[in-house]
Design a protein around this ligand. Sequence first.
Ligand code: NAD
Ligand code: GLY
Length: 368
Amino acid sequence: MMERPIVERTLRVGLRRRAYDIVIRRGALKESGKLLAEAFSDAKNIILITNTKVGPLYVEEVRAGIEWAGADVNVIDVPVGERYKSLKTAAKLYGRLLELGADRSSAIVALGGGVIGDLAGFVAATYMRGIPFAQIPTSLLAQVDSSVGGKTAVNHPQAKNIIGAFYQPKLVIIDPDVLTTLPPREFRAGLSEIIKYAFIAGGELAELIRAGLPFTDREALVPVIAECCAYKARIVEKDERDQGVRAVLNYGHTIGHAIEAVAGYQRYNHGEAIAVGMIGAALVGERMGLISSEEVRVHRELIRLAGLPESARRLDPKTVYEHLKLDKKRVGGRDRMVLLEGLGRPEVFDVQGELIREAIEAVVEGGA
Ligand code: NAD
Ligand code: GLY
């Protein structure tokens, strides 16, 4: 049998006292015990938080590695689904941590997609005012986006991600081999965030992504995951607390979030809604004379290649626009959106409400 090439990259997120490594390596799960022992230095009690889908697939491999490295492991399973990213689940987790005698010499490891990463990170940030934490992201979306940068949160019935903390992990371990079990629709959701990086970073990364889509060759995905993490790390280093430039990571999210919410977080997953949102943002940019029709075509091409939707169906465009306006009110009023002044040149712009409304009408189709 042909030897599998070792593709490895370690990136550093340079945040002074909160700096950490992102280890990207096929087969890294097997080595997670050793890597975690180095990152946590003296943690003797490691609590693995996972869900009932990912746990049965990967928890034993991680557990064995941690035990081999000399620490005790306890596993806590959370049911599958965004609705468990809640204060109620967090309260249950605090209870389990207390039962297990977890203290500041313990550490939490999130093993799962973005839901588990955000929830476990929030619990780690708040339990005893903060205990060490690491991420082992298992979905593509989590590997290229949510596991890096320290945004942790739970949802409130009235708003997504509204209760949270900036809390950086001590380590992120990315094993692309776990993506083999990821359902195709979830894989495409991750591709949506990767395409977002193509638009906002432009240049060689955009070319790499365009050439590899839809990444049926998983080997070609490894350098892309690494480059996306590297791009995000550079942005987070400049603006850890999301006061300025970090906003560019939200390209496509203004209209996308509104679509996701109006569809009740059921019909469209995050990646699908963001794909439609990026087309909407491109159309706004074209109307403002910032990008050309050719650049809008590139948006459509990449999103189509990934098998993602270019429009959302059976939603009322007016309701989507009203939701977007409400959301804006909550965050301070003005109609502002991340737009491109050409591929690879994202910027936050004040936008006339009318242009956003027109773009929504172009990407959201009403009817049954
Ligand atoms: P998810 O965590 O719900 O995972 C998607 C599905 O795939 C789940 O059913 C999960 O159990 C399953 N799964 C994950 N890895 C698997 C694997 N290797 N094999 C088989 N099944 C697997 O969703 P997601 O897309 O990973 O993350 C979405 C969440 O991330 C949302 O809550 C969103 O708000 C959050 N998010 C956070 C940030 C951030 O910066 N913190 C950024 C983007 C998104
Ligand atoms: N996913 C957007 C951010 O981390 O800021």
